[in-house]
Design a protein around this ligand. Structure first.
Ligand code: ADP
Length: 536
């Protein structure tokens, strides 16, 4: 036998695993297969020949019935998915569900059937049970909703953590600023050797706390995406020599040799974020210094072969890092072993920040290390070299030699600051210097004083009540413009602010400040900067 007989075909249709219902042009049922009979619970006899609407009266005026009519009248093929009408027919997958009225989810194909040489149309309704799919989809959707909710909650929690860390660090910096400032001042008074020792501990602990807070603030800023990279031109040689020289004293005390070398091919001036690069170098050099007891530390800067990247490495002959720890040291709050904090201090944040900063610069960091031999941290960052103009003409104010207090230019300054504590600290800084200080407790007072007196320099706190430093600066510059005062004769305004974010700094410059000092203000820094303007 090589073809199926009508009987065969009829049996196949009747035994099919989906429901098949065939209607004639008068909407009478001509065929209902076993699946339909079983799921509907009707007897075959009561179905065959019966009118479709007599068997399924609830379908009158429904989409399903409309589709059947369109099928018979215009030979239109329709698919009715379970999403619009999940249960068109009263069909059940078992007796129990029939009793409780729990229908199966249905997916319908309504198919026009025309038979050769016959004018009459038939309509075949195919019904698939999609209950399992629907349940699975529902579960999946629920899971996805839950996962989305969790993600939103996690993001909110992480943002809250970041904001909390940022504001806490900010709040802690202000009183710490006072502590560090006062230790500087106290250090200049007559102290016994014992007192001097205590003060050194106080200063070092204060500085360590300050560094930790800065690390936390930096990390929270990086994680919240608030840290923007700068793209300025700077001398990599100056930066390297300034940074490495910060460690000379300590290295000398430990008997370690610190050296650096820069590939001659590297331009005098390169583009990038010098502050962040210095931060990376300081982190790596501090670690190298901390974990090295003898030998040397070597910082090498090379131009990669493609001349598109700089490769900077910091190599030491220190205790080294076990190979199984090499990956985890870049994670937050990770140290090689728990005794590290006790013995060497630190928070385990330095390398996390270092890695993230390098990634923000478009680079990557790696480490090679052998226990007892030493470690080599290397990173590559994009290189853009320029020929430096005006090199060496200007001296950076931080490199100025401060004269003795009695030789410091006598001057009249306006200090706009609302915190009594900060006023006190700055006054103690200037105690031995011929500096006259007028105080303004807010921007309005500063403006009034500026109108009535001439000042050599204005120190302007940026956060003040009533009128803040930004507005006061803008007003002062307006008055100068109105009085046709030349830019070179305008009063230098040094902004002092705890907000060290780039946006805040650029806003201050736009308002007309001349220079910017971050809090906590250090005595040497503020005096050098003032001297820079006074000695001009
Ligand atoms: P920490 O504040 O503890 O120094 P880091 O993130 O900078 O935090 O470093 C994480 C850990 O990696 C350190 O605690 C130390 O165990 C290890 N480590 C980092 N640099 C060196 C190095 N140059 N030599 C040996 N161990 C190092």
């Amino acid at each position: 036998m090589n073809s199926l007989s009508e009987k065969h075909l009829l049996t196949i249709v009747k035994k099919s695993g989906i429901g098949i219902l065939i209607l004639d042009k008068n909407l009478n049922i001509v065929l209902a297969n076993s699946w339909i009979i079983k799921s509907s619970g009707f007897k075959e006899k009561s179905l065959i020949g019966a009118s479709f609407l007599a068997v399924f009266p609830e379908l009158k005026d429904t989409r399903t019935f409309k589709s059947v009519e369109l099928c018979l009248e215009y030979s239109q093929y329709s698919i009715l998915t379970h999403t619009l009408n999940p249960f068109p027919f009263p069909l059940y997958d078992n007796e129990k569900n029939r009793e409780i009225g729990k229908r199966i989810y249905q997916y319908l194909h309504i198919i026009p059937i025309s038979i050769e040489d016959e004018t009459d149309q038939f309509c075949m309704i195919q019904i698939s049970d999609v209950s399992q799919q629907v349940v699975r989809e529902k579960l999946l959707r629920e899971k996805m909703t839950l996962a989305n909710q969790r993600e939103i909650e996690a993001q909110k929690a992480s943002q809250a953590k970041t904001d909390f860390l940022a504001s806490m660090s900010h709040e802690i910096r202000t009183p710490l600023n006072a502590i560090l400032g006062m230790t500087d001042t106290l250090n200049e008074t007559d102290l016994t050797e014992e007192q001097q020792e205590y003060l050194t501990v106080l200063r070092n602990s204060g500085k360590a706390l300050f560094n930790i807070i800065n690390d936390i603030l930096d990390l929270s800023r990086i994680e919240s995406g608030k840290l923007e990279m700068e793209h300025i031109h700077f001398s990599i040689r100056d930066l390297m020599s300034e940074t490495v020289s910060l460690f000379y004293m300590k290295a000398k005390a430990k008997g370690i040799d610190v050296q650096f070398q820069i590939d001659e091919e590297i331009s005098e001036s390169i583009a990038g974020d010098s502050t962040r690069l210095q931060q990376v170098l300081i982190n790596l050099l501090s670690n190298a210094m901390k974990f090295t007891e003898k030998g040397n530390i070597f910082v090498n800067t090379l131009l990669c072969e493609d001349k598109k990247n700089l490769r900077i490495s910091v190599e030491d002959t220190g205790i080294g890092i076990p190979s199984e720890k090499l990956n985890s040291i870049f994670e937050s709050f990770t140290q090689v072993d728990s005794s590290t904090t006790r013995k060497y201090g630190g928070t385990g944040l330095g390398l996390t920040i270092t890695k993230k900063l390098i990634q923000l610069m478009g680079g990557e960091i790696s480490v090679v290390s052998h226990v007892g031999v030493g470690s080599k941290f290397s990173f590559e960052i994009p290189y853009e070299g320029f020929i430096k103009r005006n090199s060496g003409i200007h001296q950076h104010w931080l490199n100025l030699e401060l004269p003795n207090p009695e030789n410091f230019p006598s001057c009249n300054i306006l200090l706009a600051e609302d915190s009594e504590e900060n006023i006190f600290i700055i006054k103690t800084f200037f105690r031995k210097y011929p500096i006259d200080i007028s105080i303004a407790y807010n921007g309005k007072e500063a403006l009034a004083k500026f109108k009535s007196q001439k000042f050599d320099i204005i120190l302007m706190d940026m956060q003040m009540p009533e009128m803040d430093g930004l507005e006061a600066t803008r007003e002062i510059r307006k008055i100068e413009v109105a009085n046709q005062i030349r830019a070179s004769d305008s009063v230098p305004i040094i902004a002092i602010s705890a907000n060290v974010q780039k946006e805040d700094i650029s806003k201050s410059f736009l308002a007309g400040i001349t220079s910017y000092l971050p809090k906590p203000v250090r005595k040497q820094e503020i005096l050098k900067l003032m001297y820079f303007y006074l000695a001009l």
